[in-house]
Write a protein that binds this ligand. Structure first.
Ligand SMILES: [Zn+2]
Length: 287
């Protein structure tokens, strides 16, 4: 027979084992039944954190500076320091700047970009950091699909051709464009691609429909043609834009167009970080 003291010790050990197991399960078992897309408030620039149902973290662009680090720590658990996939849509400063800091502070497993040529100091510094850290670098040089699980994938639909080693006249149009699909929902992430690229995608008859869209080029007039908005038919649109930016983004015409097409618009300059989630049937905003 156990004495009372032994019983208390036994109970305390049992409780400790349960607590430690729960922490370990939380730590290693990240799988869940929903997809989350956080449009991080990084001021004037793009940065999108996707949390796949399989537990992978995907970061598309990093905004202009190290404010992305704060946003990541606000939107990831403290122990999760891994970015499974880092994507650079195109090498303008308002997309690549913050990624340099992310490379220094997070464990990055793989990076996707187009390989386009650009000589800005921040792009070169980002490439230098990648080399230093030996991260796997994959070039997207044609439309292709990356699977996170059988029902969750990222479909790259632009650019149509390899940009490796090429200089382009308009870097915005070199943007990697991806459709993230989970069961019945999808989100179209268009970087800074302008109307010319939108026209090309429509002319090729690509399926652009998506319930959620990251509005192109920070809501500028150069993107989001009326035809394109109609082809996508989104219920929600997110504009990644900073307060009082010098570009006049988003344009009033774009906002009117979205309103006319019944798109519920969310903006980083007005609402801070925008978090959307889906169990695979419809999108909803996380307050
Ligand atoms: Zn931009």
């Amino acid at each position: 027979m156990l004495s009372d003291k032994q019983k208390i010790i036994f109970l305390a050990i049992a409780c400790l084992v349960v607590v430690i197991s729960a922490i370990l399960i939380g730590f290693f078992y990240k799988e869940k039944d929903f997809l989350e897309i956080d449009f991080l408030d990084v001021g004037q620039g793009d940065s999108i954190l996707i949390k796949a149902p399989t537990g992978q973290n995907i970061l598309i662009d990093g905004g202009p500076d190290n404010s992305v680090l704060r946003r990541l720590s606000e939107n990831l658990p403290w122990w999760d320091r891994q970015i499974d996939l880092m994507v650079l849509t195109h090498p303008h400063d308002d997309h690549v700047g913050g990624l340099i800091e992310v490379l220094k502070h997070y464990q990055i497993k793989r990076i996707l970009y187009t390989g386009v040529v650009h000589s800005s100091p921040s792009y070169l510094a980002w490439l230098e950091q990648i080399k230093k850290r030996n991260v796997v670098l994959t070039i997207i040089d044609r439309p292709q699909t990356i699977y996170f699980s059988p029902d969750c994938k990222m479909v790259y639909i632009s650019p149509q051709e390899s940009l490796v080693g090429k200089s382009v006249t308009n870097l915005n149009n070199s943007s990697l464009i991806a459709k993230v699909e989970y069961k019945k929902v999808s989100a179209l992430l268009v970087g800074d691609a302008e109307a010319e690229i939108e026209e090309g995608m429509m002319a090729r008859g690509q399926d652009l429909s998506a319930g959620l869209i990251k509005i192109g080029h920070h809501g500028s007039d150069t993107a989001s043609s009326e035809e394109f908005i109609r082809a996508v038919k989104p219920s929600f649109g997110v504009i990644q834009v900073g307060k009082d930016n010098s570009f006049g983004h988003p344009s009033k015409r774009t906002l009117k167009k979205l309103e006319r097409n019944n798109v519920s618009v969310f903006r980083n300059d007005l609402q801070g970080t925008i978090r959307m989630s889906s169990k695979g049937d419809k999108w909803q905003i996380i307050p």
